[in-house]
Ligand binder design. Sequence first.
Ligand SMILES: [Zn+2]
Length: 353
Amino acid sequence: MSHATADRYAWAQPGVEDLGGGVHRIPLPLPMEGLRAVNVYAIADPGGVDLIDAGIALVPAREQLAAGLGQIGYELGDIRNFFVTHIHVDHYSLAVELRRTFPSVISLGEQEHANLLATRELVNGNRNRFFGPDWLRRLGALDLVTELSAQDRRPPAVIDWEDPDHWLADGTDLDLRTRTLRAVHTPGHTQGHLVYHDAAAQIMFAGDHVLPHITPSIGFEAAGNRMALSDYLSSLARTLALPDARLLPAHGPVTSSTHERVHELLAHHDTRLGETLGAVQAGNATPFEVAKAIKWTRRHRAFAELDVFSQVQAVNETAAHLEVLAIRGELTRSVSADGADLYQLSTEEPWRP
Ligand SMILES: [Zn+2]
């Protein structure tokens, strides 16, 4: 591993980082290549701990959580609450597993309900698989079906997708013993994503809404959301409307400013929207065609260089960008004879904010 790579993933090393005020960052391992780890934040007081996010329901994560809590003088049975930012398996599933053994209370954003139901249907095989043929047809990407179904796509952890104890509404104030957290609805990464904001301590538990090193995936969720990027850009604006705060992300190191990173993410999506529009101007019409015409990852790789699962995500993200351009009036959407979304330049004067 190069020195630069080692530094880039220093945050993922096992251990506990004391952030002050009884808040500790405990990174837990993940089996997913690109992510390495997920940060769980323990908020401790003499009576026990409350956790922000829970990690994935796999033995190494559970053991590392127990070890991390042990370092600060607690055990798994001392966890009172799991305040989960969103439904993804690396944030939610270990909470469900631990609740079976230890009495604890799980809270999740109420707008995540559709994703929980859809995930359960997928797991039970009652519905077309996530990114199944219907989905890919709409993206104009049926070409990817064969390759995708040849992949081993077993879920990283097998869990029962049980309900949380509480569905949190936007703006709910959580009175912990040492601080008050406000649950703020920030859809985009998923439609029910919450960040937990402590205005008094000027810190934000940002989940996957704002990440310091990578751009969060958009709308990668079982229920699907055509409006994912539009929602996400609104959520970024909403984050800027809150006071600036120290950024406590779910993946990556703690950094000093949510606002600084939000400005970078907004600039990134502006660039991507421009490239997407350019690809339509060049005559590409379906999300699949447009995705193949633009560059991917920080290294500006060609679409063909991506693995098939990344290709599907890339096409899905492209669709989200196209939809924002349609909402802004720059593009219009129609549907082809075989059911694919087709975008073309709008002949009307585009709407300008
Ligand atoms: Zn996520």
